[in-house]
Design a protein. Sequence first.
Length: 329
Amino acid sequence: MVRAVSDARILACALADPASIVGLDADGWTALLTMARAEQLIGTLAMRLDGLPMPEGVKVILADASAAAEHGRRAALWEAEMARRALSAVDCPVILLKGTAFVAAGLSAGQGRSIGDLDILVPRASIDAVETALLAAGWEWVKPDPYDDVYYRRWMHELPPLIHRERDRMIDVHHTILPLTARITPDAAALIAGSFTLENGLRILSPNGMLIHAAAHLFADGDLAGGLRNLWDIRCLIEEFGTDGLDEEAERHGLSREVARSLRLVDALFAEGTARGADRLYIRRITARDGWGRPTRPITRLAFYVRSHWLRMPLAMLARHLWTKWRKA
């Protein structure tokens, strides 16, 4: 099937139904590849389209994307191992999150996935010991700013970002999955208690825990930038593990609405379902790309950007924070 190029639904269609790329013309391939790069899904697309007929130039581009994804996978696993060694003397569970968790566990969501920072979750009671161990092992603050330091430690769900002085790789150390100022307060202790241990001693969240974290990150803590990749993660997790017990666990963490929305949007984007009501606005934001992969729909994107800040903190606190950041800038 050849889909007219109007937004990133052409990419969602290619991921869900690889045969849909048969018959794409030059403009269609340009749109598909540029959108996949912009959404950090080109490695995943390469894996999904492997073996299908396509122009030679496209084969070269996707082969390079596959090689880059494999390099990224190995780099992510090595960085996780470095963190494991650095934290081996700290008596606490260390849970891998997001892309690194997917590839470490060999999940389908990790196939071809672009992986940036190393994200880990540790108990809040252990955060000081973890910080000390990482600093001793060569990580240092990305931006050693006194205001940002206090802001992260008092209000956020993670330490200020750290980067390794030799490997130039960042690590985000979380003690829960949403900012402390957010209106929703997930039970981080329950997520940690339900995690699974890998062979090397690191841990990953349970399948439902991973789904809940992905939905929380997408709908309760951001402006939906990268939303298509996050929804693809959710789709892969559902396909691999199902949703048994998901409703009850989502309710426990106060994220029933966000998880339900993620399931509806996965159906709408990847299974030809129909988006209704407010879901159509989320689809409009998530698919806001033109035929050259450039962002479109600026008013929609701005609205979700404002929404993301409103979700993160009360209005008065947000105003003080933005005023302080503006003065410093």
